[in-house]
Design a protein around this ligand. Structure first.
Ligand SMILES: [Zn+2]
Length: 405
């Protein structure tokens, strides 16, 4: 299943990618709506690419079987994709059977790279040249040194420009995971930490790039990494816990953006009716006020510094983590109920979030949802590590330009 909503959904992108690309939300009232004849070819091209992306090298006959398209159609599509340099014949299948061995074809993984930027850290911008499989070839970090506004934009643009030069093969596109609320045109509507309001980040990057640029919220990028590289299902929520708390959502394999592009912004939703820690936004008891990493570390450090016996330290620290996990679970339960998610993945420092806190969140979701419908929801830590946003930007580009994820 491919992720819809990022870009053109794999239309005729190869011949003139830069011109045909658009980053617009797909209107998909019926996910399985019939494909119109004029769109069928682009759809089928994406289907072939998606099949190869997910399964690796195959013969034409394998692809025909996997896609349900005829051998004739596949031969034709493969020929046009080879002409566009997007797929390549990689040799003959080793076989002990008599007869001519099949020719294997694959996505031209060595001929393209992707440039990704992760702007979500408060201290530095990270950028990478990535393979089509989301592996990092070159990683660069630029300290922010307190930069905001124009200065921060310039740093992001310079980082991208440098990485474009470091790429060793053609760059398919640039993907960016930005903090804050990002609309479909790649404009950052609001990212308070960077002092950005209505910043046309996509436009700024396009001035230095001859390739398409896609900008999304960092958690919306991260959820794609989990989907494509973490083996997650299409009804997925990725909860990112760091200095703030945000989430990216896929429903039926489609990213959710929301009416004002702020779907998944759960950090400043108050959890419970009993107050709670004061939040930077002025409210009390926001999920972020309970869960943000600096806040939790501060509480745990205070217990450490209190000179208590070792067992008492563990008990009190577990209590802090359990309380935070419970609030996370309360927040998640309603979302699980509303969307009937199959999986929730938490991304952030494993040593802080992965033990008592996650267990408490899981228990709370179980207690507060209907076992019959929601008992199967998987709640786990991400295994994508600190590169999750960068890897997600690669999927944004793949999905937007080739229709694969
Ligand atoms: Zn708040």
């Amino acid at each position: 299943m491919s992720v819809g909503g990022f870009g053109s959904g794999g239309g005729e992108v190869a011949s003139d990618r830069a011109d045909t690309f658009s980053y617009t939300p797909a209107r998909r009232l019926r996910p399985n709506a019939k494909v119109l004849p004029e769109h069928a070819r682009g759809h089928n091209r994406a289907l072939v690419l998606q099949t190869l992306f997910a399964s690796g090298a195959m013969s034409r006959a394998d692809i025909a079987r996997a896609t349900g398209l005829t051998r004739v159609s596949i031969s034709d599509l493969v020929a046009s994709l080879i002409a566009d340099n997007l797929i390549v014949e990689i040799g003959l299948r080793e076989t002990s059977r008599p007869g001519k061995p099949a020719t294997l074809i694959d996505i031209n993984r060595d001929e393209f790279q992707i440039v990704g930027l992760d702007l979500s850290d408060t201290e530095l911008f990270r950028g990478a040249v990535l393979t089509l499989d989301g592996d990092i070839v070159t990683l660069r970090e630029v300290p922010l040194d307190g930069s905001t506004g124009e200065q921060a934009i310039d740093k992001a643009v310079a980082l991208a420009a440098g990485l474009l030069e470091e790429a060793t093969v053609e760059v398919l596109g640039i993907g960016v995971g930005s903090p804050g609320v990002v609309d479909m045109t790649g404009t950052v509507r609001s990212a308070p930490n960077l002092g950005w309001t209505d910043v046309d980040l996509q436009g700024a990057l396009e001035q230095v790039a001859q390739v398409p640029v896609l900008v999304a919220n960092d958690a919306n990028a991260a959820v794609l990494a989990e989907y494509s590289f973490g083996g997650a299902d299409g009804d997925l929520m990725l909860v990112s816990v760091g200095n703030g708390v945000g989430a990216g959502l896929l429903v039926g394999g489609h990213p959710l953006f929301g009416s004002r592009f702020a779907a998944g912004e759960i950090g400043h939703v108050v959890v419970g009716t009993d107050g709670g820690p004061l939040c930077a936004c002025g409210k009390r008891g926001c999920l972020e006020a309970w869960l943000a990493v600096p806040h939790l570390r501060e509480l745990l450090d205070a217990v450490d510094a209190a000179g208590l016996p070792a067992e008492e330290v563990v008990l009190r620290q577990d209590e802090i983590l359990r309380a935070a996990g419970e609030r996370l679970g309360i927040s998640l339960a309603a979302i699980v109920g509303a969307l009937n998610l199959s999986e929730i993945v938490v991304s952030g420092p494993e040593e802080l979030l992965g033990g008592v806190l996650l267990a408490a969140a899981i228990d709370t979701v179980r207690e507060r949802t209907m076992t019959e419908f929601h008992g199967g929801v998987q709640i786990r830590m991400s295994e994508q590590g600190s590169d999750i946003v960068l890897r997600g930007t690669a999927v944004m580009v793949l999905s937007g330009l080739l229709g694969v994820s």
